[in-house]
Design a protein around this ligand. Sequence first.
Ligand SMILES: Cc1cc2nc3c(=O)[nH]c(=O)nc-3n(C[C@H](O)[C@H](O)[C@H](O)COP(=O)(O)OP(=O)(O)OC[C@H]3O[C@@H](n4cnc5c(N)ncnc54)[C@H](O)[C@@H]3O)c2cc1C
Length: 383
Amino acid sequence: MAELTSTQAAIQAEVREICAQFDEEYWQDKDTRREYPEEFLKALLASGWLGVLIPREYGGKGLGMYEAAIIIEEISKSGANAISCHAQIYNVAMLLRYGSEELKQRYLPRIASGELRFLAFGLTEEAAGQDTTKIATTAHRDGDVYVLNGHKNWLSRAQHADLMLAIARTTPLEDAHKKTHGLSAFLVDLPAEGLHLKPKPLMMNIETNEADFDDLRVPAENLIGEEGAAFRQILSGVNGDRIAASSAAIGDARWLIEHATKYANERVVFERPIGQNQSVQFPIAHAYAATEAASLMRFRAAEKYDRGEEPGPESNMAKLLSSEASWEAANAAMSTYGGAAFARSNGVERKFRETRLFLNAPGSNSLILSYLSQHVLGMPRSF
Ligand SMILES: Cc1cc2nc3c(=O)[nH]c(=O)nc-3n(C[C@H](O)[C@H](O)[C@H](O)COP(=O)(O)OP(=O)(O)OC[C@H]3O[C@@H](n4cnc5c(N)ncnc54)[C@H](O)[C@@H]3O)c2cc1C
């Protein structure tokens, strides 16, 4: 286990205390109703910890990715679905790194205080998939506004957000000197005229949408960084994104391992606890080892990130290892609980559904393996 400083341990304890107010019954109720955990988000926003990455001069906690990782892990370890809120922590990364001082002054204090919910990020499109350069949403300048048109096939939490980071093409692909040129990033105040959401039901309780941008007008000063340079900006944000997703998966894995271990110790069949059988205890122990290893890699990535370096290999490996570890823990818990695993009341099937996401998104593990093959090991590009 990674050693925490006394400050980090205090943050972890504070977040744990907030999350403890929301028990399994609360999460199951939300899951059954497919309802957004509004009360939970409010409690976390009020604590200020979702503004962990925002510098103190803008009203945030002024801490780093290491502390963000601790917070996100603690949220999902409590049994919560961290996807409901973790965007508030890391969506600010691009604004912090590339936004104008005027934009930072205007938005960051209100994000840090929780007045603005920065929960939406509009990038993915049906035809482009993970090939971001192929997105077709356009943004054209019309006086002092940009006008956005297009369709996003995944836009999570937008109905609960006051702010969205949207990516669109300011130069059409055919006119760009490189395919990575011509993408731009915008801060969009929500709700916005010209944004039409169509909720998309999922296998777990995450509110996501198909979204039409229909002459969505954004003030020109809400462009983040240089026009046409968003691809580089997205890439530099990906490492933080990977560390955040890793931390959510690691928290899930810890919840699942804790529950499986408890059940293995308590459930008696053939006059002995089922955990006495190696076929029950080994998968849990293996998932534990995988989780600890993933956690160390995640913290190594966070340390590098906080030193201002780009932890590409580490953050990608952390996302790969932690998503696999949480999935392993989910399967171990399902097997340990036997038939009881399928009863909704114990929450294992809920976490099983929730944590499966991390193998595919954000960013699929295939693309991570492709990154490691090409950029770290030096094998030929496969696509
Ligand atoms: C619950 C949920 C919420 C989401 N929320 C948001 C959001 O708020 N905002 C947003 O912008 N996006 C969001 N997404 C989109 C998410 O980031 C993408 O689904 C994810 O990145 C995978 O992209 P895709 O679905 O287009 O997969 P595709 O690109 O269609 O790929 C499909 C499969 O093929 C594999 N594949 C494709 N090309 C290759 C290759 N060259 N080599 C090997 N394998 C390959 C992929 O790994 C994947 O397994 C969300 C997705 C989900 C499931």
